[in-house]
Design a protein around this ligand. Structure first.
Ligand SMILES: NC(=O)c1ccc[n+]([C@@H]2O[C@H](COP(=O)([O-])OP(=O)(O)OC[C@H]3O[C@@H](n4cnc5c(N)ncnc54)[C@H](OP(=O)(O)O)[C@@H]3O)[C@@H](O)[C@H]2O)c1
Length: 255
């Protein structure tokens, strides 16, 4: 009875959360989030970029850890597997990625860090709550088509995301304000393969979990990254007159 009641409220909350992402998406397409190359002080004062990333992304680890490890429910092997994938992604994103970027002297608006913290509290919180308290995967789920397909997408997405971020980080040879036109591989088709890879990862994760919290995170990731890639794409076209005209923003041949 209690579990059912909890599930009902949880599902209503998630449906509203997903609807919000869908409603906000067209608006976000016309807003440029002011961090990285688009940094400005219109959204308030900034803090050191690398520490901003540590702060906003490590919240995802804390929320997932908190809900998953403090729940006394006995977890399935599948839940442990999904938990480890989440922690591995966010360990890299919080503690390795920021210190590999050449952005030591750059700033990120505190308002961006604050909104990312809010976003991560809800998304990692709902995913952690599901895996810690509600899941009941059985071992056969490892062999279900949705799990296998999702894992494949997740691995391909991770590979594309990390190799593209590495390439972009390596493009900056001089000072922190220099940018060059990326090329080669997926960069010949889209301006932002790193964002494309990240989207594939969370689409894959949503298949593997086959639950509302993972779907919610996947939808929100797309609602954030498609507009960000669009802003990057327009920025490249504005600052590089010879920017390849056939290149799309983030989805090869489409957008
Ligand atoms: N799940 C989500 O909702 C979500 C949201 C946001 C980001 N992310 C992930 O976080 C990572 C970073 O995102 P981002 O939007 O900040 O990526 P980004 O703008 O593409 O930047 C990635 C790094 O490469 C540098 N860089 C990019 N293009 C460059 C160029 N043409 N020349 C020289 N240097 C270049 C950037 O420097 P500058 O910073 O100085 O521009 C930054 O250090 C990505 O993997 C993304 O998928 C996920």
């Amino acid at each position: 009875m209690h579990v059912h009641l909890r599930m009902d409220w949880f599902n209503v909350f998630l449906k509203v959360w997903i609807l919000l992402a869908i409603i906000i998406f067209p608006v976000q397409l016309f807003i440029t989030a002011p961090y990285g190359r688009h940094f400005n002080t219109k959204w308030g004062i900034g803090m050191p970029n690398q520490w901003g990333w540590v702060l906003m992304e490590s919240v995802s680890i804390l929320m997932m850890f908190g809900f998953f490890l403090f729940s006394i429910k006995e977890k399935s092997t599948v839940a442990w597997f999904l938990f480890i994938l989440w922690i591995a992604h966010y360990f890299h994103r919080s503690f390795i990625y920021p210190f590999r970027t050449h952005t030591r002297l750059k700033k990120i608006p505190i308002s961006i860090v604050g909104s990312a913290i809010f976003f991560n509290i809800i998304n990692a919180g709902t995913n952690g709550f599901y895996l810690g308290y509600l899941e009941n995967y059985d071992e056969n789920w490892f062999f279900d088509f949705r799990f296998v397909f999702g894992l494949l997408l997740f691995m391909i997405g991770t590979y594309i995301n990390i190799t593209s971020d590495n390439y972009l980080i390596g493009l900056r040879k001089k000072n922190e304000d220099t940018y060059s036109v990326p090329s080669g591989g997926l960069f010949n088709y889209i301006s932002c393969p790193n964002h494309f890879g990240e989207m594939l990862e969370w689409i894959g994760y949503a298949f593997m979990c086959w639950n509302l919290p993972a779907l919610g995170f996947c939808v929100w990731t797309m609602a954030n990254l498609i507009p960000r890639a669009k802003s990057h794409h327009l920025w490249y076209k504005k600052f590089f007159v010879d920017y390849p005209i056939n290149r799309k923003a983030v989805i090869p041949f489409i957008f």
